[in-house]
Design a protein around this ligand. Structure first.
Ligand SMILES: Cc1ncc(COP(=O)(O)O)c(C=O)c1O
Length: 418
């Protein structure tokens, strides 16, 4: 699409946007003066769907009415409640329904998956991680290595960008896998880097890892509900994500997990067990011999938080009618438009560090601010823009196709450079 930098052009794009009515389904926070903020932080915390209250309220009513009987008698019985989210979740990440479950939170799920999929031996004990992966991933991986009595210094391989570069080259990642693969037990990569907004080639990284006999898993915190994913067909071994960013499941929302179907019947996998992973038909016989659910639900430990699942269900219903393909198409245009406006301006204080190729990024552009970044961020904030600052020098901006407009992007650009 050919972009133009005047406001009328942004208005025109909004007018012709087939997804324009979705914005009305969300609460847009307000400034002190009563006007809506320019919310560009959906990569951090997605906005609240207006239907969330009704979904949560339904469960509060049923709790009030039925007490414990709500597990079976609630309008949406709590016993199987998480199953009501499964099909939609599977569509979002491109998986079969038996391969996905919403449970716990991201870092907890990461550890549960590592119990099953990080099986270090003396000859093959290494973990390949991106050097700039999210801190929680680094901490979790370091602790897993220690738990298995190895040392991070010799077991952790970090993929780094080339000298004086900020993002990784796919060819360098693949070369590293080719070179070190025989000693790598697990490749643990993000779908999208939280800091730079770089989207990784999940399919090629997985394929390269498998060719060297490695297990390949992904942290999809910034990819779920953002990129078009095809986890099953890409043969990804396992993945985890959070649902509070692009998925709009609310602060601290229940996380998500995926395990490829080829492992679902694998009795040799180590797993930490809990009663919610036990065969549903016999769970309440309260016997002590564990029988596994034959799906990824067998990784569940506890009965899930229904109020949180209700909030997430409200958002999943919206995603389902909008469709990931239409969302992605608009997302590419929104982000492309933001990039166009910033690049056109040629302001020497702002560098876009996110890759320019559409297939190497999602909604987010990360702007490296060379001088007085925090001051600029504060000014943006005081002018009604919500976006986040990441140390040492980056402002992250994420126009989200469900509720952001082209005019949001245009107004942000006006404030950024005025
Ligand atoms: C890429 C990534 N990984 C992990 C986490 C940690 O998530 P949680 O607090 O849900 O465990 C985050 C949180 O923002 C994240 O962005």
């Amino acid at each position: 699409m050919k972009f133009d930098s005047n406001n009328a052009f942004a208005k025109e794009l909004d007018l012709n946007d087939p997804l324009k009515y979705y914005r009305e389904k969300f609460y847009i926070p307000k400034q002190k003066n009563g006007s809506e903020v320019i919310y560009l932080a959906g990569n951090s915390l997605g906005l609240q769907p207006k239907t969330v209250r009704e979904y949560v309220e339904q469960e509060l009513i049923d709790w009030e009415k039925f007490g414990v009987e709500g597990h079976l008698q609630a309008k949406n019985p709590w016993l199987p409640y998480h199953e009501f989210l499964t099909e939609q979740t599977a569509r979002i990440v491109g998986a079969k329904s038996e391969e996905v479950v919403n449970m716990n939170s991201l870092t907890v799920n990461l550890h549960l998956m590592f119990v099953s999929f990080y099986k270090p031996t003396t000859a093959r004990h290494k973990i390949l991680i991106e050097s700039n992966a999210f801190p929680s991933d680094h901490y979790a991986v370091q602790s897993q290595i220690k738990f298995h009595s190895f040392k991070a210094q010799t077991t952790l391989i970090e993929a780094n960008p080339r000298k004086d570069e900020t993002v990784l080259k796919t060819e360098d990642i693949l070369e590293l896998i080719e070179k070190e693969g025989d000693s790598i037990a697990l490749i643990w990569f993000p779908g999208v880097n939280y800091y730079t907004g770089q989207a990784f080639d999940i399919e090629r990284i997985t394929k390269a890892g498998h060719e060297k006999g490695c297990i390949v898993g992904f942290d999809l915190a910034h990819a779920t509900g953002n990129l078009l994913l095809n986890l099953h067909d890409w043969d990804v071994d396992f993945a985890v994500w959070c649902n509070y960013k692009y998925m709009n499941g609310g602060p601290g929302a229940v996380g998500g997990a995926y395990v490829h179907e080829k492992y679902l019947d694998d009795k040799t996998l180590q797993k930490f067990l809990g009663w919610w992973g036990h065969d549903k038909a016999t769970r309440f016989l309260m016997e002590h011999t564990y029988i596994s659910i034959p799906t990824v639900e067998s990784w569940q430990l506890s009965n899930p938080p229904i109020l949180q699942l209700a909030a997430l269900k409200a958002s999943l219903d919206i995603f389902d009618t909008a469709g990931m393909e239409a969302l992605r198409e608009k997302s590419e245009q929104l982000t492309g438009y933001l990039e166009f406006l910033i690049s056109e301006n040629k302001n020497d204080n702002v560098d876009i560090i996110t890759p320019p190729e559409a297939n190497e990024r999602g909604c987010q552009l990360s702007l490296r601010i060379k001088r007085d970044g925090k001051v600029l961020h504060k000014t943006l904030n005081e002018s009604g823009v919500v976006c986040d600052w990441r140390e040492p020098d980056v402002i992250r901006v994420a126009p989200v196709p469900l509720y952001n407009t082209f005019e949001d992007v245009w107004r942000f650009f006006e404030i950024l450079f005025n």
